[in-house]
Design a protein around this ligand. Structure first.
Ligand code: NI
Length: 160
């Protein structure tokens, strides 16, 4: 075991203490170890060779942070894994964004890390979702078929 010192603001420390009480951790150290384990836990489904797959990246950001919205958009174009996104104005200062991603797990992780480590971005979470077998993909009434007969792939529809 190693002993480390971290710096944390009062409000966040109070939240850690509430988490300790709610979940029954014996100490702050145990709570922090568990939080770190959770952050490092591999997604078994996605890392079992199922790439490419889908991902849902959600995060809250402060739109008042200088240039942040533009930088986040630039990252999306640069990484090329963002398929679609949803934007909700949470409060006067904060926006909630959910980006649907598609690509290899390392590419999506890299994009997610780039976004969630920006100053002004909070509550970042990447949820990995294995892609189904292409041959078994189902259609919906009204979907535009590809010339080959299969449904149009995500990201190719509605691009007029
Ligand atoms: Ni907004």
């Amino acid at each position: 075991m190693q002993r480390i010192t971290i710096t944390i603001d009062d409000a966040l420390l109070a939240a850690v203490d509430r988490l300790c009480e709610r979940r029954g951790y014996d100490s702050r150290s145990e709570a922090v170890r568990d939080i770190v384990r959770g952050a490092l836990a591999p997604d078994h489904a996605a890392e079992a060779g199922l790439a490419p797959c889908y991902g849902a990246l959600s995060y809250v950001y402060s739109h008042g942070t200088r240039d942040l919205a533009r930088r986040l958009t630039d990252e999306g174009h640069h990484h090329g894994v963002s398929v679609a996104s949803l934007h909700v104005h949470l409060s006067r200062d904060d926006c909630l964004e959910v980006a649907v991603l598609r690509g290899s797990v390392p590419a999506m992780r890299s994009f997610a890390d780039t976004v969630t480590t920006q100053r002004g971005v909070r509550y970042g979470h990447l949820h990995l979702i294995p892609e189904g077998d292409e041959a078994d993909r189902h259609g919906h009434a009204g979907a535009v078929p590809e010339p080959g007969g299969a449904d149009a792939a995500p990201g190719q529809q509605g691009s007029l």
